[in-house]
Design a protein around this ligand. Sequence first.
Ligand code: NAD
Ligand code: TYD
Length: 359
Amino acid sequence: MYTYLVTGGAGFIGSNYIHYMLDKYGDDIRIINVDVLTYAGNPENLSDIEQLPNYKFVRADITDKEAISKLFAENDIDRVVHFAAESHVDRSIKNPEVFVQTNVLGTAVMLNCARAAWEQPDGSYPADKRFLHVSTDEVYGSLEEDGGYFYETTPYAPHSPYSASKASSDMLVKAYIDTYHFPANITNCSNNYGPYQFPEKLIPLIINNALHGKKLPVYGDGKNVRDWLYVMDHAKAIDMVQEKGRLGETYNVGGHNEKQNIEIIRIILDVLKEQLPDDDPRKAHISEDLITYVEDRKGHDRRYAIAPDKIKAEIGWEPETMFEEGIRKTIQWYFENTAWMENVTSGEYRNYYEEMYKA
Ligand code: NAD
Ligand code: TYD
């Protein structure tokens, strides 16, 4: 029975991953979720599984060496899946330091504590010990509008403080692999969407604003391209890389689903109109008139696109959820979870939104 230490499991991708793993393996695995619960961490995301005997939540900061080494000392951890990070580009532009603190220093602490717990006197590691570092395609920088893909061999060229901090954390993992033969993998994934995503990110922000008849802010000309992947497909990729990936390797994960931001917004408006019953008062709000072009993001990357050839060839992973289906499921989830949205959009997020969009 493997024991997983998941960092940042109360966030968007981490909570979906924990649901995926418990659905797949049931009580054949044990999960310890360590999360400090920043504005982005929400224990409500896991309320349905919090009573399970093989799940445990520990509130701690990944930069806290003592807390993390205690977790390794008290539990025989087999797998680390490291999600915890500051994850929003716009916040990194406003306040870069916390990104360096959490994403770089926090990753160093996780690596150090795992190595201290796992490394044997001869420098080898027990076969079952594996560390998976969850990273982003944004480390590769920006592609031209008219072509090209990110491969595992693409040189790193991050632009935002967020992507620079993730690139630094990836480099630390690579350094541990090269220096200590540390048993790790890195996944660099494209933009995710799905349930439990915090509404500072494009898709949930547009769904939420449209339902409330609020403006839909489009940065710049709206033609920046992102490669969208349904979050459960990412969860599956992480599990497959951890079980089948060659140690020390990086795998790019993406949906081959490139869309301009303005296309995404129009699709969301169409699906909202189609899914809301005629007598729902929110239907009256839904209109393209809400689309509002605003000042561009500083250093805004033009296009991201992943070539998932390596993960497909070596591991057999492919995206399974077509965008049409994934966006419908996602919108349906937000319809059914208005209380979740109300909870996360009160308090700190309201201040952020007012400051960011001068609303
Ligand atoms: P998120 O912001 O929704 O969640 C981050 C979680 O980490 C939160 O629960 C937060 O409380 C926790 N956390 C933050 N600082 C912490 C600290 N110091 N100690 C302990 N916990 C801390 O992020 P997400 O979108 O779920 O992303 C998860 C990971 O996946 C990140 O590493 C991100 O870089 C990566 N990633 C995200 C995407 C995407 O589209 N969202 C795509 C590719 C990769
Ligand atoms: P985001 O969801 O923040 O992800 P990332 O910046 O990590 O790719 O943004 C996705 C795209 O949508 C990006 O090109 C910026 C754009 N965007 C808007 O046009 N308006 C918004 O209000 C937000 C949050 C993002």
